[in-house]
Ligand binder design. Structure first.
Ligand code: URA
Length: 237
């Protein structure tokens, strides 16, 4: 017996939190009875579970890597009509959802999956998944300021955990310093806020790595399915 929201998430319909909302909204039936409270358990091999009138079927999980371009909202719908994830996943023939989010103006690696359980692990702070960002800021950043990012800076929601910062160099032509920063917290706009604190607002932000996955040669706006080795690495988390 397992909790209903876990069964629904495992079937790839929604994340566990979304599944809870679906249950509370009265959209789920177990053996012909509406279940609209949390905590109910079921056996997916014996009980008849129906979501929105459709029987729940065990579905194979899918995992994709997406190079989110700048100017795209990390949601499936945008009331303001801006470009969002659904504009890119239409051709896949299955429903997948973004794992966590990137700001509207941040580009780079975004994982898409229908594996709600894995999505939850990858975004939960206790798993401390490492994420690497390539940062560009205007001007020359003194070493002491990079050290400050490494040691932790005070944000309004508290001190940041130690980060890895690797200087790439100074681009003379554009007058910009480039560096990689690796963090394992998932706070809102964290890298941008950290750079604001040291007085070097971010001009360009790209996520290049997430856990064991790296963006590598994927083109901007493109999606590719993860290969078996990559999926295995994710499963080890
Ligand atoms: N940090 C940010 O500031 N923005 C992102 O999109 C991701 C991390």
């Amino acid at each position: 017996m397992e909790r209903l929201q876990k069964i629904i998430a495992a079937a790839g319909i929604a994340s566990r939190r979304e599944a809870e909302k679906i249950i509370l909204a009265g959209r789920v039936k177990v053996n012909s009875k509406v279940v609209n409270e949390l905590g109910v358990k079921a056996d997916p091999s014996r009980d008849k579970i129906i979501v929105d009138g459709k029987p729940l079927m065990a579905k194979t999980k899918s995992y994709y890597m997406f190079y989110k371009p700048r100017g795209v909202v990390t949601t499936m719908k945008d009331p303001e009509g801006r470009k969002c994830i659904s504009d890119f996943v239409k051709g896949l023939g299955e429903r997948v959802y973004p794992v966590g989010r990137l700001d509207y103006n941040t580009e780079g690696l975004l994982l898409l999956t229908n594996d709600g359980e894995l999505a939850q692990k990858l975004t939960h702070p206790s798993y401390e998944i490492r994420k690497t960002y390539r940062v560009k800021v205007l001007g020359i950043v003194p070493f002491a300021k990079l050290d400050k990012l490494r040691m932790g800076v005070e944000l309004e929601d508290g001190l940041t955990a130690p980060a890895t910062v690797d200087l790439i160099g100074y681009d003379r032509e554009r007058g910009m310093t480039e560096f990689n920063i690796t963090i394992h917290e998932g706070r809102n706009r964290q890298v941008r806020r950290m750079c604001d604190v040291i007085g070097f607002p971010v001009r360009d932000l790209q996520r290049t790595k997430m856990g064991p996955l790296a963006l590598r040669g994927l083109g901007r706006g493109k999606i590719r399915e993860l290969d078996d080795d990559e999926v295995q690495l994710l499963m080890k988390i």
